[in-house]
Design a protein around this ligand. Structure first.
Ligand SMILES: Cc1cc2nc3c(=O)[nH]c(=O)nc-3n(C[C@H](O)[C@H](O)[C@H](O)COP(=O)(O)OP(=O)(O)OC[C@H]3O[C@@H](n4cnc5c(N)ncnc54)[C@H](O)[C@@H]3O)c2cc1C
Length: 253
């Protein structure tokens, strides 16, 4: 697919038959990109206005579909970063993979006012339903669904204990840098900011153990390798398996 040819197809979106169907998450709909924010050199956040919006649970994702003029389609999943209180819109935060098909299209082609085809929200497992305390563990763009949880908690139950452990390569790679408050503990795997006295290197037992045993739910999201090792650390810290929920962003093959 030539990236410039990838356009959502209006024909694929039929008019809803009833109010119930209108809200069904399985239906494709055409969303409008209302704003684009650069988060890091490789990550951008896209605000989408949805004609058939329905409230998501923090942690859920949408499917995005691109259709080329010859009918070729590419479909990927993207977590919602915004709170469900943002009525009528969702925010998707997309990391640009240099050799990717869909993420470079969003970064290099999509501009404000463009239309993209989406459906959702999906997933009933990796969702925060108000469990407290909650421990969130994210690696790289794995912080996206966790940000939805943080944002929602701040607006609905700020007293509910929630802690984010966030692993990033360098200061330049921190997504939502302006929004990370005192709930967040960062660790830098490559280049910490100048004068950094906090954690360095990969997430380790100490970072997970601080908060994990008390957590009613532990949410872990990132690449396959990140999720494997963080889950193992959580289990070793004494967290019961049924309190650990994971989401993997890695390649599906
Ligand atoms: C439930 C779910 C939620 C997701 N949420 C987000 C999100 O919020 N933000 C986000 O940026 N991504 C998210 N992803 C990943 C996203 O769906 C795509 O896989 C990613 O954007 C790559 O798509 P692409 O078309 O650009 O690359 P592709 O054309 O699919 O792949 C290009 C190359 O990169 C490899 N690759 C594919 N995906 C990844 C990956 N995630 N990490 C490293 N290498 C990869 C492939 O093996 C291939 O070599 C999510 C995935 C899932 C399953």
């Amino acid at each position: 697919m030539r990236r410039s040819e990838a356009k959502p197809s209006r024909a694929a979106v039929e008019a809803p038959d009833s109010a119930v169907e209108q809200r069904a998450p399985g239906r494709w709909q055409i969303a409008t990109v209302t704003s684009i924010r650069t988060e890091t050199p490789t990550v951008k956040s896209f605000r989408l206005e949805l004609p058939m919006w329905m409230a998501h649970c923090p942690g859920q994702h949408y499917d995005v579909r691109l259709t080329a003029p010859d009918g070729y389609r590419a479909q990927r999943s993207y977590s919602v970063a915004s709170s469900p209180l943002d009525q009528g819109e969702i925010e998707l935060t997309i990391d640009r993979l240099a050799d990717g098909e869909v993420s470079p299209y969003f970064h290099d082609v999509v501009v404000e006012g463009d239309e993209v085809e989406v459906r959702g929200p999906f997933a009933s497992y990796f969702v925060w339903r108000g469990e407290r305390p909650a421990l969130l563990v994210g690696g790289g763009s794995g912080v996206v669904p966790l940000m939805s949880m943080l944002r929602h908690r701040r607006r609905t139950s700020p007293d509910s204990p929630m802690r984010l452990v966030y692993s990033v390569r360098s200061a330049a790679d921190v997504i939502y840098a302006d929004e990370l408050g005192e709930e967040a503990v960062l660790t830098f795997t490559r280049e910490p900011p100048h004068g950094w006295s906090g954690h360095r290197g990969r997430i380790d037992a100490a970072l997970i153990a601080d908060g994990a045993p008390q957590a009613a739910a532990v949410f872990i999201c990132g690449s396959n390798g990140f999720v494997e090792s963080a889950s193992r650390l959580a289990l070793e810290a004494g967290v019961a398996p049924d309190r650990i929920r994971t989401e993997r962003f890695g390649p599906t093959g």
